[in-house]
Write a new protein. Sequence first.
Length: 117
Amino acid sequence: VQLVESGGGLVQTGGSLRLSCAASGFTFRTYDMNWYRQAPGKERQLVAGINVRLGGGEIYYADSVKGRFTTSRDNTKNTFDLQMNNLNSEDTAVYFCNARRRDNDYWGQGTQVTVSS
């Protein structure tokens, strides 16, 4: 099983980044997919997610990113993306891709996002 994040980097306040997670080694379309982030000295936080229940994709966003972040998945390419707009310093963190289904819980290695003022 592999989850490989890409797209992190340094951006100025108000800028945008697009993170991508490439998944392999499991049946991607049957897993809930999530983006988490962890800032220094803080707990890991759920940022956004798409689940596969009810035959569709329920999408969740943390209040702090609603209206600025958009997540999407492509079950034909096994990819999971996070478009981040209007970034601010509070978005600085390591962002992790997560795949979850029943007792299976997979994590990527994380990608650093740094927002400078």
